[in-house]
Design a protein around this ligand. Structure first.
Ligand code: GTR
Length: 333
């Protein structure tokens, strides 16, 4: 064999080997290295971005970079409802979502969205870290999403272009809600006209008068600059719906037990980081909008608001399993 034929044979062998690896989908990355794409609706410095960045850093460290994750912050990979579809299809690998956009897909998420259910943040955390979280994780798994940990999202309140002090002030006002039947019925029960819109369209819709208000927590009201166009914030604190850090079931299926344990631990640690960051940011955001001249209308008595929520409970907590969960949550210390 001449040196030239030897070289030719070797390169032929290399080409065949490369083609075989290509068929197996292994050619581009060394052995089992994985590159994951993550979705975040908020900016990187928002508490949820801080939590997600901690998660990806811990996973990379503990898998020796075998699982590398990159979070695309600020809804770069699309709005919320599309991102949920992409997670289910496996084209987005991990994400942080509020639980309300799952209301029509995963029944138990309605329970933690219910108005005036939690007494305070501690009560919400005990429920989501306990029986509510277990039920929701099961419902999410059934639609192709694996819940790993729960993030705080504070209390949601109304903000509007005209002052709102009592439910009667909402009559005829167009209020943006997330894509969720529960939210539509909740706003109707308050006497408003619910208008489902993606988060990213709220600012311009307020500015152009397509809507008269929306509802959210202090950090979202501030970070999106909605406070510049809706100058009245009424502390209704009507819902404490939390958020989930989740992985696509398509990815999860391909992990071994050791990798799953690494992801679960990292997710729990990231939730502790997010919750600390959340508590700070709530205070800072409130201070920022007050300094910018927003009128905060303190709702001292929430009873007249809560009294209107009867039809929402009747519809979304009627089924025996959900009614039991509501009872269990109410009974928690
Ligand atoms: C925020 C939440 C987002 C999104 C948004 C909205 O508080 O963190 O995931 O749900 O509200 O109202 O669309």
């Amino acid at each position: 064999m001449t040196p030239t034929t030897g070289r030719r044979r070797r390169s032929l062998f290399a080409a065949v080997a490369a083609a075989a690896l290509g068929v197996l989908g292994l050619a581009a990355t060394p052995a089992a290295a994985q590159e994951w794409r993550g979705w975040n609706i908020h900016a990187a410095d928002y508490p949820n971005g801080v939590g997600m960045d901690a998660f990806t850093r811990l996973v990379a460290e503990r898998t020796n970079n075998r699982i590398r994750m990159r979070t695309f912050h600020s809804a770069q990979l699309g709005q919320q409802d599309e991102a949920i579809q992409q997670m289910r299809l496996g084209t987005i690998d991990f994400a942080n979502f509020n639980l309300s956009p799952f209301n029509n897909l995963a029944p138990s998420t309605n329970v933690v969205t219910l108005p005036f259910l939690f007494r305070d943040v501690g009560h919400m955390q005990r429920a989501i870290d306990g029986p509510a979280g277990e039920a929701i994780a099961r419902d999410l798994e059934a639609i192709g999403i694996v819940a790993l940990s729960w993030y705080d999202a504070g209390a949601r309140s109304l903000y509007t272009t005209r002052p709102v002090r009592a439910p009667a002030d909402l009559r005829g006002m167009k209020i943006r809600v997330q894509t969720s039947d529960l939210w539509i019925d909740l706003m109707r029960a308050l006497g408003a006209n619910p208008t489902p819109l993606p988060f990213g369209e709220v600012f311009t819709s307020l500015q152009s008068g397509v809507i008269d208000g929306a509802e959210n927590n202090w950090p979202s009201y501030e970070s999106t600059r909605h406070f510049e166009v809706a100058r009245f914030y009424s502390t209704t604190e009507h819902s404490n719906v939390p958020e989930v850090l989740a992985v696509s079931a398509q990815r999860w299926r391909r992990l071994n037990e050791q990798e799953r344990a690494i992801l679960r631990d990292a997710a729990r640690e990231s939730a502790a980081i997010q919750r600390r960051s959340w508590a700070d940011r709530e205070r800072v955001s409130r201070e920022r909008v007050v300094a910018a001249g927003v009128t905060v209308i303190e709702i001292a008595d929430r009873a007249p608001w809560a009294a209107l929520m009867e039809p929402v409970y009747a519809k979304y907590a009627a089924d025996a399993r959900l009614a039991e969960l509501v009872r269990a949550i109410r009974g928690m210390q």
